[in-house]
Design a protein around this ligand. Structure first.
Ligand code: NAI
Ligand code: MG
Length: 368
């Protein structure tokens, strides 16, 4: 029995709809296991720009700093705010959180539910046994390297981006991957790079090998990113932990998300090194965005948000049994044939966001 502080940032679009259902599940976890979860909500994204003039205020940043973990919905909506900051992008909230809280490790597990093997664009026989975790570096690489600009030359315009990694940045993400592999069944790490072409990848490979030497109990391999893209859909079940730099991870995780059938199914965690009294501080969010096309219609699949909550319980609060109870509840409701519209198949019962959340919350109490 414990007391835990969670900052809740629902955001805009379907963010608040799916987060509400995750909180409903959290309430049941608290009741069943005897924990007190102190949740404090704050605005981010379009709603924060309208009310506070920025995508995330200093007060909200402070709230996050004082919490054990952050449960995040989605941002991306258009703000109606017309003022000095009307050009602020809602997405700035996420970048500020990741950068200032040093959340450098983005974990994206992909484990298609058995009952959903037919929902994927891949054949069930290829998907069988898939249970992989992409560990993507989140605060370095080509998305942050300087210079990054379009500039004038005597011969016309040219543009430059910079793929920069320090030894330290590579080492901490690769080490995170190996530590995570130790807690998994297949105990294998695949480091993905483009070492046949890029200098940054050659350093990546050198550092990865050095770290791997500390983990003789883990199988280790290198794979070039283009080959990895192919093998992900050819033999997804052969992977366990995949560790890679920021942009490669961005692309490979979108590809991998299709193994699970829908964007609405996939959770994520963004972790740093900071430890709280309960575990590793982190931010948890569905991989999808604010989905303006279905917002406000009770159609969004809340499972990605609910599975993100399970990751929060596991990594930031060290509540493994509670995390598994949430994951089992989701599986049970899926097995019982309930689906949101994004997973529509013959023979299933279509329910809305609220109903799906209620069923999963009830299953948390009911399952042993
Ligand atoms: P999106 O992920 O919001 O939506 C893509 C498609 O998937 C849409 O057709 C949507 O209806 C569907 N979808 C997404 N989540 C779903 C769910 N839970 N249940 C059922 N269907 C779901 O990506 P899109 O449309 O490219 O971006 C919309 C906005 O979200 C943009 O402003 C973008 O910048 C922002 N965004 C924010 C992210 C975040 O907050 N972390 C991540 C990705 C995009
Ligand atoms: Mg992406």
């Amino acid at each position: 029995m414990g007391t835990y502080k969670i900052a809740v940032l629902p955001g805009d679009g379907i963010g608040p709809e799916v987060t509400t259902q995750a909180l409903r599940v959290l309430e049941r976890v608290g009741a069943r296991f005897g924990h007190t979860f102190q949740t404090t909500q704050a605005l981010v994204g379009a709603a924060a720009i309208e009310a506070e003039g920025d995508a995330i205020s200093d007060a909200t940043m402070a709230l996050c700093q004082e919490s054990d973990a952050i449960l995040f919905g989605a941002v991306g909506g258009v703000s109606r705010y017309e003022g000095p900051n009307s050009k602020v992008q809602p997405e700035r909230a996420l970048f500020r959180l990741r950068k200032e809280l040093e959340l450098f490790a983005n974990l994206r597990p992909v484990r298609p539910f058995k009952a959903l093997l037919n929902a994927s664009t891949l054949k069930p026989s290829i998907l069988e046994g898939t249970d992989l975790l992409v560990v993507r570096e989140l605060t370095g690489g080509i998305y942050f390297g300087k210079p990054s600009e379009i500039r004038q030359t005597p011969h016309g315009l040219e543009a430059i981006d910079t793929l920069l990694y320090s030894e330290g940045e590579i080492e901490r993400i690769v080490r995170t991957a190996f530590e995570l592999a130790r807690g998994r069944t297949k105990k294998k790490v695949t480091s993905v790079d483009k070492a046949n072409v890029l200098s940054s990848s050659r350093l990546w490979r050198r550092v990865a090998e050095r770290v791997a030497a500390d983990y003789p109990d883990i199988t280790f391999e290198h794979l070039l990113v283009d080959a990895c893209a192919m093998h992900l859909i050819r033999r997804p079940a052969s992977f366990d932990v995949i560790v890679t730099e920021n942009m490669f991870g961005d692309i490979l995780t979108d590809e991998a998300s299709m193994l699970a059938g829908s964007m609405g199914m996939l959770p994520s965690a963004s972790l740093g090194t900071r430890q709280t009294a309960h575990g590793t501080f982190g931010l948890y969010e569905p991989i999808h965005g604010s989905a303006p096309d279905i917002a406000g219609q009770n159609k969004a699949n809340p499972i990605a948000s609910i599975l993100s909550l399970a990751m929060l319980l596991r990594h930031s609060l060290s509540l493994e049994a509670e995390a598994q109870a949430v994951e089992r509840a989701v599986e049970q409701v899926i097995d019982a044939g309930y689906r949101t519209e994004d997973l529509q198949e013959a023979g299933t019962t279509i329910v809305g966001t609220e109903e799906m959340g209620r069923l999963i919350a009830e299953a948390v109490t009911a399952t042993s």
